[in-house]
Design a protein around this ligand. Structure first.
Ligand code: THU
Length: 136
């Protein structure tokens, strides 16, 4: 489902805001994310690091688990921003988690810190995904 330019603007503002809340004492690398659920709600996330590095959670997954855990199981789009001066790239684990809950034609708005963005589909960044359909 295509999302409106107003919804894109809201997602962008939400992910830039969420980035400010990142808990990053180890990497100092702040990531912000926001997902748009099917009912129009926006959920934000930031990366949350841990002294046991493997317990770190990415911003994208924080936003997604907030949506799912409030009963919003279908997500339409995600915006993400990092501190790097390049379009943000969700990690492989986050791409797989997006695939679990993404509506068809899922949009990924990959931002630079200045708010400019590149739009990709989930299939652009995760072709031939393993999903429940792969169980046969
Ligand atoms: N990180 C994210 O939040 N999302 C990604 O897609 C890639 C990496 C975080 C995890 C860690 O806190 C920091 O960025 C460096 O890897």
């Amino acid at each position: 489902m295509a999302i409106s330019s107003e919804q894109k603007d809201q997602l962008i503002q939400a992910c830039l805001y969420a980035q400010r809340l990142a808990y990053v004492p180890y990497s100092q690398f702040r990531v912000g994310a926001a997902v748009l659920a099917q009912d129009g709600q926006i959920y934000t996330g930031c990366n949350i690091e841990n002294a046991s590095f493997g317990a770190t959670i990415c911003a994208e997954r924080v936003a997604i688990v907030k949506a799912i855990s409030t009963g919003n199981r279908k997500i339409l789009a995600l915006a993400v921003v990092t501190d790097a001066n390049e379009f943000a790239r969700p990690c492989g684990i986050c791409r797989q988690v997006i695939a679990e809950f993404a509506a068809e034609h899922f949009a990924i708005l990959a931002l630079k810190p200045d708010g400019s963005y590149e739009e990709k589909s989930l299939t652009d960044v995760l072709p031939d995904a393993f999903t429940s359909a792969s169980f046969g």
